[in-house]
Design a binder for this molecule. Sequence first.
Ligand SMILES: NC(=O)c1ccc[n+]([C@@H]2O[C@H](COP(=O)([O-])OP(=O)(O)OC[C@H]3O[C@@H](n4cnc5c(N)ncnc54)[C@H](O)[C@@H]3O)[C@@H](O)[C@H]2O)c1
Length: 409
Amino acid sequence: MGPKGQPDPAGRGSAAATPEQRTEHLAPPLGIGMVGYAFMGAAHSQGWRTAGRVFDLPRRPVLSAVCGRDPAAVRVAADRLGWAAAETDWRALIARDDVDVVDICTPGDSHAEIAIAALEAGKHVLCEKPLANTVEEAEAMAAAAEAARARGQVAMVGFNYRRVPATALARRMVAEGRIGTLRHVRVAYLQDWLVDPDAPLTWRLRKESAGSGALGDLGAHIIDLAQYLTGERISGVSALTETFVRERPLAGGPSGGAARGQVTVDDAALFTARLPSGALASFEATRFASGRKNALRIELNGELGSLAFDLERLNELSFHDHTEPGVSAGFRRILVTEPDHPYLDAWWPPGHGLGYEHTFVHQARDLVHAIASGTGPDPSFADGLQVQRVLAAVEESAAKNSVYTTVPA
Ligand SMILES: NC(=O)c1ccc[n+]([C@@H]2O[C@H](COP(=O)([O-])OP(=O)(O)OC[C@H]3O[C@@H](n4cnc5c(N)ncnc54)[C@H](O)[C@@H]3O)[C@@H](O)[C@H]2O)c1
């Protein structure tokens, strides 16, 4: 028996309990297979490990297998991150019977090939952002996802900033009309890890592996978030991009070595945009904002009020109600930790704050619900394709001296 005389759900103390008896009270398993185990791989592992322990889920995520290319390193990663098995070829991972969902945490140059193969093999897919490195790849992925949807499969793109309780609350408040007719969207995603001109030339700084620089990495997030919060899709853009440091030491080269290579992506991207409602939007994505570590800031100004969010203070949402008398009106801080706030009924008491990693728990939760219900998911591969089209329009505009460039519908 367990605590307070209850039957022990883990079957401890009952030598006769079979594996089936020990899990019969649990939701049916959903096998996860993940490709890539570095930054996002660790974050997604955290999400998969935790989601079913915090939320009541219709399927129970089981960390079946992780894939990397180095046999020893992937085995170590599997043990550290909690995966039952390790593979060294993503095709073998997809082929496993205990993998129902393929989670892609690799650089953009492999997203399309892995995602399409997984969908064709009958698996659900979660793919990190940006969906692909080109519009053409994203189109092929969205087409594969659409075909798979008819077979009951789900394909989601990992725009995890939708899953911050404060941004989800902002979305709810916009949809409820709390800020009225939208006039302005002001978004910046600011980091500073490239300020040092001797920071190494990693895959993120090469077009063939990353597709683009700050634009695809940070810009993709804020395009998705702005569109999600407003419920509108960008209709056209006027853009500037710049590469401030054009040569960097080769990654993995000898420390202090002279070998350098070309940076082939943007370091920063700025663009203005029109929304179909007539609202104007401005976007800034940079890795050169000294002192700004992960400052994703978004402000919406409407006829009835404004909302503002900063990822570096992610438990808070600022709201100004413009219908209040001017004498007492002003921005006020909503501490987004109440059980009525999005995702928070399953977490800690009010005021006990969440963090970055929880967005991946919420992402896993939402994907499991989409799989179980056969609806959604949000954001879909079609949504990822549309963001890719905005990214392409930004690059086209920047290449043409900022000429206004429409985004294909
Ligand atoms: N959602 C977010 O907030 C967020 C943050 C960072 C990165 N990302 C995205 O996540 C993806 C991965 O970025 P990261 O920061 O984790 O990169 P990373 O360099 O930390 O990790 C990439 C991993 O992919 C593995 N890999 C590469 N090619 C592979 C292959 N063919 N087979 C198996 N493994 C392979 C590498 O060994 C490594 O483990 C990118 O698409 C990136 O844009 C998203």
